[in-house]
Design a protein around this ligand. Sequence first.
Ligand SMILES: N[C@@H](CCC(=O)N[C@@H](CSS)C(=O)NCC(=O)O)C(=O)O
Length: 298
Amino acid sequence: MIRFHLLRSSIPPSNLFNPLSAKTLAFSLPSISGTSATNLRSQMGCCTSSSQSSRLLFRQLFEKESSTYTYLLADVAHPDKPALLVDPVDKTVDRDLSLVKDLGLKLIYAINTHCHADHVTGTGLIKGKVPGVKSIISKASNSKADLLVEHGDKIYFGDLFLEVRATPGHTLGCVTYVTGDGPDQPHPRMAFTGDALLVRGCGRTDFQGGSSSQLYDSVHSQIFTLPGDTLVYPAHDYKGHTVSTVREEKLYNPRLTKDEDTFKNIMENLNLSYPKMMDIAVPANMVCGLQEPIGKAA
Ligand SMILES: N[C@@H](CCC(=O)N[C@@H](CSS)C(=O)NCC(=O)O)C(=O)O
């Protein structure tokens, strides 16, 4: 048996959020038995990530209709190779699960950065296809999931973890997941920013409880305070970018380098049309995604 746990502990509180009391949610899953996993272990120890960590396997995956990035992370130094997916999309679930299988990983979590408005999360489908996978979203999203996380929580997969940072503004429940700070954790750190911070952009703030003032504060207090070499991995890109760094965005982000009033003005004048899938995606994502492909669900 291997143990997976989500640890609720304090990280430096921001002026936005109350510090949390320590709480651990623990549960067990059967260990994987598989032979190919052992053979793959040594091959996967290097050259799989932009961050230097012998433990981390990292893949960035793309869904082209919604221009969404899904991220696969696993602790390949752990005997069970526990893995998680950040922001899976319903249309690419089979691709993602094939990769997990090929690499001999044990998927334990399907995580969302927020309740998406432009595509249906793959979380519900994944839970139907891989028994034991737990879905995760923020409590502040008011969505359903197996585990509802809050600012300061740590999501462990093997000996690696993601820290939860509340970054509301695009939606009320947006969070950024940041790899741990410690000698055995990936270096540089990696921030999965969802729609809070995009490469040279940011998420819109005109629906789902969005607020440009809140987004400005979230990015400056929770993302721009990370080390400059922290890799920024967004949930979307519409221009072909794949990754940035905190240092780069602090210097060159055309919206967030401005003062707050200018930022608010920019956000009020984006004039974006509503996402085509919004009326389907938001209700589905409130329950962590449809259990059946679109059109077949009751
Ligand atoms: N045309 C797309 C939706 C594009 C869009 O609105 N993207 C969002 C993130 S998904 S809700 C956004 O925040 N964009 C910010 C920007 O500056 O582009 C569709 O119809 O799905």
